[in-house]
Design a binder for this molecule. Sequence first.
Ligand SMILES: [Zn+2]
Length: 143
Amino acid sequence: MEEDILPNQYKNIVTLFSKSKDELQYPRITIETRTGLDIVFSFWFNGKGNEVVSVKGRSGDYQVDYGQIHNGNWYKKNNPNKKIIALVDILNSNPGKLIRESSEIEGKCCFCRKELTDEHSTNVGFGRTCAENWGLLRIWKKE
Ligand SMILES: [Zn+2]
């Protein structure tokens, strides 16, 4: 175990997935950056039936596995740089702001990657169907 791990530090990221995992087979969140590197968070059950969120960096054909969030802890791989760590921290502490800013780069839903067309969706960074699947309809309607 790495020494900088705080207990349950990333539990909010796991909580983000709590509704979607009942609705979708492969729930994922894509955070875009202005440098063209996307950070993709995907939820799955590992061989022991534990809930895991994998963290991957993706840019064109390039893909890096930055490890897994499990029991609220991020077990890092491949030395994510400070910018990547900061993005993961912000998704955990202020997901609404990060998702909105990320979606402004290409105008796509952070969950399903479809183009955002109406004003509610562009204001929050995800579309109506995804709002329902992720338990975020109230937030979507409010914007
Ligand atoms: Zn969507």
